[in-house]
Write a protein that binds this ligand. Structure first.
Ligand code: FCB
Length: 441
């Protein structure tokens, strides 16, 4: 019988890493399937640095802007990606999710950079050289400035432009990919207004609109619409284009490599209801997820990304309990939300689930170290109920640039020194690594 290396190491590691496999008794140990993947995720814009040709760079530099920080060098992963891959493997993880930066690959409309495609090819090859499974996101929010300046995803040309990008990137890169996703959390577009915790989305609507208008004025265009805006002029048009874009992108990738598993990553809360809150909860689900869960039914797998639960009452979201443990922005930390999100997603879209993101923003790494095994225990229950799971990818490998929140929120398994770019694993990284090696929680 073929035993994976991590299975053989289980015994050796049990008890060596605080708070993990060593504590679980044989009876309470939950073992994952042999082919279950364990990894961490990043996104190009958030770690590479100096993506000066991407829509978000223009927003950061707009006057006025809603962005707290400029991304600048980020974690300098454009140069230091080999170190990131070394981290993945030395921590004991086997899978790395990263994204292609469209603006680097297609810096001007129709002009593709072979050098940049080669850059991403080297990362894929670097994964294989280390025994890491590469999961590649074709587009993680950011689009090229030229695309956003044409109205972004609201433009009638958006679908074809995205499909052409996917096909070109696929021709160069799909050989070594293990899994691909077309878009990251496209279901958030136009919905961040309601989806951001604490009503922050609603407060940001006006300022977000002013910011994109300032960029449009500077560029002399009618509408500048970035890939993950809060303000969207017509979200039904944008949603329809994104859904069509996902399908066209998937077809383009499949036309190059038909056997590559392709999906889309969706942001899904664990929406719960107290008595009388069901109608509101259900209507939110219909709005936020169902069109996408319908659209993903022909995909090879469904990417589920979860950070929160939302409890709905008859009059709206119920405030978090007084005794809730909270993250660095005051939102509730609720480890079982991942399992709840997966259950709902699978009930509407019965495809194998890949958890492509899950994490917590906290400066207190002990919170993360406790949160990871707790979430994975609940995830294992989901699997026992019969929902097929491909793997679990933690957000994020590194502390990184968190969009308009800047460098404040820390989601990383590893700390990054913003000047030397030194990466230092936190204790939670070893907790996840030990679970991965044991393939059990
Ligand atoms: C998700 C995004 C990811 C990161 C995490 C915290 O919504 O996909 O880029 O910002 O949130």
């Amino acid at each position: 019988m073929h035993l994976k290396r991590r299975t053989l190491l289980t015994g050796a590691l049990a008890g060596l890493v605080p708070g993990t496999v060593g504590r679980a008794s044989a009876a309470s140990r939950r073992v994952f399937p042999e082919e279950f993947r364990w990894g961490a995720a990043t996104a190009a814009y958030q770690v590479e640095g100096n993506n000066t040709n991407s829509d978000t760079w223009a927003l950061e530099h707009a006057d006025p802007t809603t962005f707290t920080d400029m991304s600048g060098d980020a974690a300098n992963s454009f140069e230091l990606w080999p170190r990131d891959l070394d981290l993945v493997i030395t921590l004991g993880l086997d899978t790395y999710r990263f994204s292609l930066e469209w603006a680097r690959i297609e810096p001007a409309r129709g002009q593709f950079s072979v050098a940049m495609l080669d850059h991403y090819k080297r990362i894929i090859e670097g994964c294989h050289a280390r025994g890491i499974t590469p999961v590649v996101t074709f587009n993680h929010f950011t689009t090229p400035i030229w695309f956003a300046a044409k109205g972004g995803w609201s433009s009638p040309e958006a679908v074809d432009l995205f499909a052409r990008f996917c096909e070109t990137a696929a021709r160069h890169l799909t050989d070594g990919m293990a899994f691909a996703t077309t878009l990251n959390e496209p279901n958030l577009v136009g919905m961040l207004e309601v989806a951001l915790p604490g009503g922050r989305g609603r407060k940001l609507m006006g300022p977000d609109k002013k910011m994109s208008e300032a960029v449009a004025r500077r560029l002399g265009v009618d509408l500048f619409l970035a890939g993950n805006p809060i303000y969207v002029p017509d979200r039904h048009v944008v949603q329809a284009n994104l859904i069509a874009g996902h399908k066209a992108g998937r077809a383009a990738i499949k036309s190059v490599r038909g056997d590559l598993p392709v999906g889309v990553s969706l942001a899904i809360n664990d929406d719960q209801a107290i008595a009388g809150g069901e109608p509101l909860r259900d209507s939110m689900r219909r709005e936020l997820y169902d069109p996408w869960l319908e659209a993903a039914r022909d995909d090879d797998f469904l990417g589920v990304q979860n950070y929160y639960r939302a409890v709905w009452g008859p009059d709206g979201k119920v405030p978090i309990p007084d005794d809730a443990i909270v993250n660095s922005s005051g939102s509730e930390i609720y480890a079982a939300s991942l399992a709840g999100a997966v259950r709902y997603a699978y009930s509407r879209c019965p495809r194998p689930v890949f958890v492509t993101e899950h994490g917590v923003a906290t400066d207190d790494d002990a919170q993360r170290a406790a949160f990871i095994p707790a979430a994975l225990r609940a995830l294992h229950d989901v699997m026992q109920e019969g929902i097929p799971l491909k793997g679990y990818l933690h957000w994020s490998l590194l502390d990184n640039y968190e969009w308009f929140h800047g460098y404040g929120p820390r989601y990383g398994l590893c700390d990054v020194d913003r000047t030397s770019f030194a990466r230092t694993p936190k204790p939670s990284a070893h907790v996840l690594g030990a679970l991965a090696r044991a393939n059990a929680v």
